[in-house]
Design a protein around this ligand. Sequence first.
Ligand SMILES: C[S@@+](CC[C@H](N)C(=O)[O-])C[C@H]1O[C@@H](n2cnc3c(N)ncnc32)[C@H](O)[C@@H]1O
Length: 252
Amino acid sequence: MQNKIWNETVKKNFNNAAANYLGYSNIQRHFAEKIVSFLKELNIQKGEWIDLGSGTGLLADEIEKEFSTKKITRIDFSKKMLLQNREYSKKILWDLNNGLPPKIRNCSLMTSNFCIHWLNNPQKIIRDWFNKLQSGGYLIIAYPTINSFPEWKQTCKETNIEYSGLTFPLSREILKNFTSEEILFSNKYLYVENFPDIYKLLRSIVNVGAQSTKCKRKKVFELKKMQKYWPKRDTNSVNLTWEINIQIFKKL
Ligand SMILES: C[S@@+](CC[C@H](N)C(=O)[O-])C[C@H]1O[C@@H](n2cnc3c(N)ncnc32)[C@H](O)[C@@H]1O
């Protein structure tokens, strides 16, 4: 699928999910809270704070709760997601595949939670963000890694059905563009979700607008086969395991 069509598909799915996103985004909330706990330990200088791929403002709101004098600029390409943000919050409608909005200057903090894997070239884009930080500034990103969804991949292998989940970034590749002095922190966390069956599991992905795929839609018989072969827990329920990486970079 060409980048332009892919981008429009991703945007449409996030737009459609915007109204109900907050009710279903437990994992994003969990890691937003973790990011804030790291922020409390950093000595962030004066400057603008921006949240990239902010969605409804889940992370930006958490940051503003903790740092009550700061106003976070929320940047996203989904108009409907931005419209869910608090009234009077700073918002910019912008496609991050085109770099940063030109008016962004003097940034001492950039955050991004569950967004970079939607970008066309995350490795390059993250370095470009970092280059635009003021010296002494921090960039914090949280994203699912390539090791996420082992149950899904195993089921597809066993049933010979094409894996239609996203291919997430490889942490090592993201780190490649940074020197060891610039990398302050990089750690992986497992997060396991449990569902009564794979239909509810797949629905949970649609509920947050994250169902975009470059693969063909699954046929009913394929879904039935996946339900049968997906590894079950004692309760006959199914797990979805995420591996999330949080990385903190500091501009020297
Ligand atoms: C899973 S949501 C995460 C939202 C928020 N950061 C959170 O933690 O809840 C991913 C967000 O990235 C945004 N996004 C994806 N690709 C984008 C792009 N190219 N430019 C700007 N935003 C993008 C989507 O619109 C969506 O709001």
